[in-house]
Ligand binder design. Structure first.
Ligand SMILES: O=P(O)(O)OC[C@H]1O[C@](O)(COP(=O)(O)O)[C@@H](O)[C@@H]1O
Ligand SMILES: [Mn+2]
Length: 669
């Protein structure tokens, strides 16, 4: 059979191909020439970009599993996980510790700390303002030196931009300009603007300390204020998110996926965070409370009692929260039952419970064995038709679904998560994801068949990434993409969940602890081995010699001797439990990671007590800093952005040649 022409181009078609390419190149260069119309313009940009390539790589900050702990998160952000204090110690070697601590606290919380200092009997003298300003300027200079002038300029506060730019770019050794600088500082103090400058410069230091913030999932659930974390992230200058299972839960709920709405509400009530729904988001919970009150009269708290840290609810609130939790849990189990039956390809029949209950005996039969239920009050379940919502339940879930879908704030947060998030991220040679890459016992990528096609490894994550985006794009149509978000929340091969099953029903209703077990995916054992980590990096086309996997989701139990560094240093698990509920298990209050131009540094944190304590300067929450890897001084040229800049430089060089050869005519205004 004659080969199709494109399979092996003849000499003539090769010539045609080359001509087409040249024409396209020329078209592109002509477009580029609109931006850089002559030799001086294009030369300036080439010089500028080449200089940027030689700047040191700017710092990346990695946080994960924030679980609504806003205050601890804020502190990590403001302090850049200890990086700012570390720089202060490096720069001000001759300054006493107390002063360095004070300086650090001013930079982290400038308004509050200044107020506190003024309230104490000591007066803030001109000398104090001068020293403080000089130190802050010095630190700001060092921290901003990794950026181009234009980037620094763009970040400057409007009011003082000219003066701050002057101060930041005056060279210390320039004797001629010393008087000039001193006069600027003196005038700032004389005209009563010192505090404004201290605040502006402190904010600038916080901005520059970290260039890129990565959130490796799970902003929501357990803690009280995920909404405040999201508000902060929305305002951040440069942040990305790798979705966690708890984020997908809320994203799906925001799109009106009813099983996820029920689950999000149940989890919120379980941790006593009714205020999050009612006050922060303004979702009306009265219909659910009414239903709970009318059906679950005799609840004795037990397994539905909210988990609290400081007993912040009184008995009456605890009772109603428990009733509501049970009411929404039953709605969840019913909705999930219908979903599992509708989506047989999810293969989740083992999560069907309500049809296995003997409602007269108060027992349940699972895998041929009978178990006693510890609670047999199911006033809304019709044993003949256990998955059918009764009328009141139907009304409540419809009302909640309407509220979720039409809640402006929740929709704004969901939009942010969809737009700025992904299933995984490849960034500067590293691979970031929340949960796992599903593996089988043999250490091979697990395969899932969807509509006759097989997915595994990277292809599986790409499939889910695509489905999540489609669920958002088609949110107003009754397409079934949203069901996949539920699968991602709790399905066996969900890379965000990474466990064989979720045993919520058994945890509530059966005392036998063996039924509460959730088996982790074999990935979690396998990742201890370097070869497996390398295999995963290769699967994602990353260089195992250079790259690392950065993982969240499973709290590292440091107390039990577990280490966050796995696979011979190839993989870092940075979930150390910022969530207050996990701290007894982990023994610490979270890990964070800083990736600088010369090292990767893992920081473990002590529990964050309060902002008040932080303002006193006594709350240094860093418990240890470990250098995971020393790097050769990396430059922007070595990063992903460097690669893009290099491409641009190549194009500009071609444009320069085209001007020189007269292929494209220069334009001068
Ligand atoms: O702590 P709770 O509310 O009992 O939740 C337990 C559930 O949370 C999960 O651990 C998932 O949450 P994480 O992603 O934080 O691990 C489930 O596997 C488990 O069933
Ligand atoms: Mn998780």
């Amino acid at each position: 059979m004659k080969k199709p022409e494109w399979a092996c181009p003849s000499g003539k078609s090769l010539l045609i191909l080359r001509m087409v390419k040249e024409m396209n190149d020329l078209k592109y260069l002509k477009l580029l020439s609109k931006q850089y119309p002559n030799i001086p313009a294009v030369s300036t940009e080439i010089i500028n970009l080449k200089a940027i390539l030689n700047l040191p790589k700017s710092p990346e900050h990695f946080l994960t599993d924030l679980h609504g702990e806003y205050e601890a998160f804020q502190h990590m952000l403001k302090t850049a996980s200890g990086l700012i204090k570390f720089k202060i110690d490096q720069i001000f070697t001759g300054v006493i510790d107390a002063d360095k601590k004070e300086l650090a606290t001013i930079i982290f919380y400038p308004e509050d700390k200044l107020k506190k200092l003024k309230e104490s009997e000591e007066e803030l003298t001109t000398e104090w303002y001068k020293t403080t300003l000089e130190r802050i300027i010095k630190l700001c200079k060092v921290i901003s030196s990794k950026y181009t002038r234009s980037k620094v300029r763009k970040a400057l506060p409007e009011n003082f931009s000219y003066i701050i730019e002057e101060l930041l770019h005056l060279k210390g050794e320039n004797k001629n300009k010393e008087g000039y600088r001193d006069e600027i500082i003196k005038t700032i103090i004389d005209i009563g603007q010192a505090e404004e400058f201290i605040i502006s410069l402190s904010n600038l230091i916080q901005t520059f300390a970290v260039d890129k913030l990565h959130i490796i999932g799970d902003v929501f659930d357990r803690g009280p204020a995920p909404h405040k974390i999201l508000d902060t992230l929305q305002d951040h200058h440069n942040c990305d998110i790798q979705w966690g299972n708890h984020d997908i839960l809320w994203m799906g709920a925001a799109l009106g996926q009813k099983s996820l709405i029920a689950t999000a509400i149940r989890t919120t009530l379980r941790y006593g965070n009714l205020d999050l729904l009612e006050e922060a988001y303004g979702i009306n919970m009265r219909p659910l409370a009414r239903l709970a009150r009318s059906f679950y009269k005799n609840i004795d708290c037990n397994n539905f009692c909210p988990k609290l840290i400081d007993e912040e609810l009184d008995q009456q609130d605890k009772n109603i929260t428990s009733k509501m939790q049970k009411a929404i849990a039953i709605i969840q189990f019913k909705l999930e039952g219908n979903l599992i039956k509708r989506r047989s390809e999810f293969n989740m029949n083992e999560a069907l419970y309500l049809d296995k209950i003997d409602y007269e005996q108060g027992t349940i039969k699972l895998d041929g064995q009978e178990y006693e239920l510890n609670n047999t009050d199911f006033p809304t379940i019709d044993p003949e038709n256990p998955y059918q919502l009764n009328q009141q339940e139907q009304e409540v879930i419809n009302q909640l679904s309407y509220s979720f879908k039409n809640n402006e704030k929740l929709q704004e947060h969901a939009r942010f998560l969809f737009n700025n998030g992904s299933m995984y991220l490849k960034y500067n040679g590293n691979l970031l994801f929340h949960g796992c890459i599903p593996l089988n016992e043999a250490g091979d990528f697990s395969t899932i068949e969807i509509n006759g096609e097989l997915y595994q490894g990277k292809k599986l994550l790409d499939f889910f990434d695509d489905v999540v985006r489609k669920s958002y794009s088609y949110k107003f149509e009754e397409k079934d993409y949203r069901d996949w978000l539920w699968y991602l929340w709790r399905g066996e091969l969900s890379p965000l969940f990474g466990k064989d099953k979720m045993t919520t029903f058994c945890r509530y209703f059966i005392d036998d602890k063996s039924l509460h077990q959730e088996q982790k995916n074999p990935y979690y054992q396998a990742r201890e081995k370097e070869a497996i980590c390398n295999k995963i990096l290769n699967e994602f086309n990353l260089d195992p010699e250079e790259g690392h996997i950065i993982n969240g989701h499973t709290p590292v139990k440091e107390k039990k001797g577990e280490t966050p560094i796995k696979g011979n240093g190839k993989l870092l698990v940075i979930d150390g439990g910022i969530s207050a509920f996990y701290q007894p298990k982990t023994g610490i209050a979270g890990y964070t990671l800083i990736y600088n131009s010369d090292e990767m540094r893992l920081i473990s944190h002590k529990p964050f007590v309060s902002k008040e304590a932080a303002l006193e300067g006594g709350n240094d929450i860093i418990s240890s800093m470990r250098i995971v890897e020393l790097k050769k001084k990396e430059k922007i040229a070595d990063t992903d952005i460097g690669e893009k800049l290099n491409n641009k430089i190549n194009n500009l060089m071609e444009l320069l040649q085209a001007y020189k050869k007269g292929i494209i005519k220069e334009k001068y205004e």
